[in-house]
Design a binder for this molecule. Structure first.
Ligand code: PLP
Length: 402
């Protein structure tokens, strides 16, 4: 393929925010009505919660300041004791164990396989010693939710889904984020819906959401602006004045930016998946690069691609690959090889205790590569990226007939 005319695609810029957001932001600026609890009803944040719950098919949604805040509030809302042990996959973003530490609890790291998904043997072995689990669907890769829910239900252990990167992903047709007791999503700029910052949690559990609403900062009787549902009213009455107020609310401007993007989700999911699968096929044609298959019940919504370097015996060779790709205009992150990477578990030194020994996850991180692939990219961009990755691998390992 001739790529001389195509500049290296910019994979960091976001899509423009739909123009409908501007009129609403103007209205909010003119009135100064930025706090979610000022309007008597139908504040933009309340409307977002209703629309997001409808989109996900859950009874309740609570919009907050970030996905990390949603994870923290979920842990608190489950009523877990101080010091509770919470299992997470060892392949995730540092914010996830941080939310556990923030809640005064102890992260327990579980091994992850070469396909970036939870190692079920290690998961089952560690489950008896933990009080809750956060299934972090890292980079949108879905672990075996059938096996996870079966094991956790049998043990009576609550499951929080970190679906920050999984908006639009399904498992047996069920929406990721609605399988566990509570699901948490992010609206940070590198996620499918971009508000700069923001998060939301969804659940069908009235008691859990009532606790989370109050702790998010619904002081006095502001919880009355969270809907009429009788179960909810009872739960709010039960928890009035009994919980701390952490003030992790979302403000109206964020909701004004998010709401007009919700109708875009289906298109972004469709394009992101098509882009990913197109590049994956090109990379898999090289003997040096491997994109692991998803588990069969999963339909993905990727905005990035992860692949493993095959036959790169040394770290130096893996680094040479990343350098060769960068020289051609494509930035590749090898998770375990970039300094201070926030997705490498040995850098989470804020977790109390020693860095755990997780040889399988460590080996994966040393050869697993990450390239952003936003849904707005077009075929020439995708060809450019795939061509750079394949030729960078050949530069280091030599051209090889398949
Ligand atoms: C981005 C991300 C988070 C954190 O989301 P914030 O909204 O920035 O707090 C957590 N988990 C995963 C898997 C993420 O990708």
């Amino acid at each position: 393929m001739s790529l001389d005319h195509v500049p290296a695609p910019n994979v960091y810029d976001a899509e423009p925010i739909p123009p409908a957001a501007r009129a609403e932001i103007d209205r909010l600026l003119l009135s100064g009505d930025l706090f979610r609890y000022t309007a008597p009803s139908d504040a933009p944040v309340a409307l977002l919660e209703r629309e997001f719950a409808a989109l996900m098919g859950t009874k309740y949604a609570l919009a907050v300041s970030s996905c990390s805040a949603a994870l923290f509030l979920s842990l608190e809302a489950l009523g877990l004791p101080e010091g509770a042990k919470v299992m997470i996959p060892a392949f995730t973003f540092a914010a996830v164990p941080s939310s556990i530490v923030h809640a005064g609890m102890q992260p327990v790291l579980c091994e992850v396989g070469e396909n970036y998904r939870i190692d079920m043997d290690d998961f089952r072995a560690k489950l008896p010693d933990v009080d809750a689990v956060i299934i972090s669907h890292m980079r949108g890769h879905t672990s075996d939710m059938d096996a996870i829910m079966k094991a956790c239900d049998a043990a009576g252990i609550p499951v929080i889904e970190d679906a920050a990167h999984s908006l639009g992903t399904t498992w047996h047709g069920r929406k990721i984020g609605t399988i566990g007791r509570v699901g948490c999503f992010s609206f940070q700029s590198y996620k499918l819906v971009n508000a700069g910052e923001g998060g939301i949690l969804v659940t069908d559990d009235a008691d859990l959401v009532a606790r989370a609403v109050i702790m998010s900062g619904a002081y006095e009787h502001n919880w009355k602006k969270h809907g009429e549902d009788a179960d909810l009213a009872e739960a709010f009455a039960r928890w009035q004045n009994k919980l701390p107020l952490y003030n992790l609310r979302m403000q109206n401007l964020s909701a004004a930016v998010i709401r007009p993007q919700l109708p875009e989700v289906a298109r972004r999911v469709r394009d992101g998946r098509a882009n990913h699968d197109y590049v994956a096929e090109l990379l898999n044609a090289s003997s040096w690069l491997h994109v692991p298959d998803a588990l069969s019940p999963e339909d993905r919504a990727p905005d990035s691609i992860q692949f493993n370097l095959v036959g790169f015996e040394s770290d130096a060779k893996a680094r040479a690959f990343a350098d060769a790709a960068a020289a051609r205009g494509v930035k590749v992150q090898v998770f375990g090889l970039s300094t201070d990477n926030a997705r490498a578990f040995w850098n989470w030194q804020f977790i109390p205790g020693d860095v755990p020994d997780l040889p399988q996850t460590r080996a994966m991180l040393m050869r697993a590569c990450d390239v952003r692939l936003p849904a707005r990219l077009q075929k020439p961009d995708l060809d450019f990226i795939a061509n750079v990755l394949v030729s960078a691998a050949e530069e280091v390992k030599g051209a090889k007939a398949a």
